[in-house]
Write a protein that binds this ligand. Structure first.
Ligand code: NAI
Ligand code: MG
Length: 342
């Protein structure tokens, strides 16, 4: 047994892809799960989208795997991120062999500031016909994500990162974000390049191979990573991690996909890769690598769900991933036995 995990399926395809991800997890190790509830259905039943017991379970667990919430998404995911004091959201966007991608060279990791910007929740109705929103940017949050980015590029042997902002217009807020990230990078001896976020949106579509690690404010990271998902084959492929100082929440980037929910055809890849990120976080790098190898193999050879042009169900793709994990393990054991005989 390794690690206690809080599980929140949530709504829509969250109820399909989280069971898929846990069955893959079970193929590489065993875990203690605490299943708790959140989302639209929970709100309808209990009057609150995020019951206290769920928040407490997330705080107590070693890590949380979350599916998606529907209309109540903001009432669920923002407090969940706060519950683990998550200051950075990691979103890897990769084109995989075997998947028809608009831009097959794409291999980018977005590091998104996860606590403030326009998602700080400071909105107001000033009059009956006028609403405002306050954009919050602090030195401390900007420096934290900058420091994380420096450590991240060093850990993945990247040479630099790009900081993407709109400081030419939002001079005080994005200016503060950019200046802090710039200063931290200088202190840590990490090279950075800057891009204005609108120009970046064009550039990443035309030449994604030019980028490795992108650091950006909250809303920009949300939107630009979804844009990049379009370059690699869609939202069904994107995992994410909300990292806090000692705890973390892992979730596919996608939502509840109401257009396909209940049909058993959701792509489990994003949830399974989120689970692999969780294994890394729990210090289980070998198990994480086994999961990723299996996912990549199945993406390469099929079966594929309809979003990737195939006809397979969630269950068939998940079974193929698990079969590959077992086949690989038997292969490794054979090699070990042969080595011990020689
Ligand atoms: P969405 O991500 O649910 O769906 C967008 C499109 O991508 C749909 O066509 C959907 O079928 C497809 N898609 C997404 N994941 C897929 C998968 N695993 N396999 C195959 N196709 C997949 O985004 P949308 O439609 O904007 O939002 C639907 C609901 O989800 C809304 O109520 C929204 O509030 C919520 N949402 C929740 C999030 C969260 O809980 N973190 C994040 C984004 C949206
Ligand atoms: Mg989003």
């Amino acid at each position: 047994m390794t690690g206690e995990i809080a599980l929140i399926e949530g709504d829509g395809i969250g109820q399909e892809v989280i069971p898929a991800a846990t069955s893959v997890l079970e193929a590489v190790s065993s875990f203690e799960y605490t299943s708790v509830e959140a989302g639209d259905e929970t709100k309808a039943e209990t009057g609150t989208a995020l019951p206290e017991v769920t928040e407490a379970a997330v705080k107590e667990a070693d890590a949380t795997l979350f599916g998606a919430a529907g209309e109540t998404a903001a009432d669920v995911i923002l407090p969940l991120r706060n519950a683990v004091d998550s200051y950075v959201n990691i979103r890897p966007v990769r084109a995989y062999p075997g998947v028809n991608a608009l831009q097959p060279e794409t291999d980018i990791v977005f590091l998104r500031e996860n606590t403030e910007g326009v998602y700080a929740g400071v909105e107001d109705d000033l009059t009956s016909s006028l609403s405002t929103l306050t954009r919050v940017v602090s030195d401390s949050a900007s420096r934290r994500v900058g420091k994380f980015a420096c450590e991240y590029v060093t850990s993945v042997s990247a040479e630099q990162f790009h900081v993407v902002h709109k400081a030419n217009v939002m001079q005080k807020t994005d200016g503060r974000f950019r200046d802090n990230v710039r200063e931290v990078a200088k202190q840590q001896g990490v090279e950075i390049e800057e891009f204005l976020m609108d120009a970046f949106a064009t550039r990443v579509c035309l030449s994604p191979e030019q980028f490795d690690v992108i650091v950006c404010p909250n809303l920009a990271g949300d939107v630009l990573s979804d844009l990049a998902a379009g370059l690699v084959g869609g939202l069904g492929l994107l995992p994410s991690a909300n990292i806090g100082p000692s705890n973390a929440v892992f979730e596919p980037v996608h939502g509840t996909a109401p257009d396909i929910a209940g049909q058993g055809i959701a792509n489990p890849t994003a949830a399974v890769l989120s689970a692999a990120m969780m294994l890394d976080h729990l210090g289980m790098q070998q198990e994480a690598a086994r999961v990723r190898d299996a996912v990549e193999k199945v993406l390469d050879t099929g079966p594929h769900t309809p979003d990737l042009g195939g006809r397979a169900t969630t269950r068939e793709v998940t079974s193929a991933i698990i079969d590959f994990i077992w086949a690989n393990l038997i292969g490794l054991n054979r090699i070990a036995v042969n080595l011990s005989l020689t």
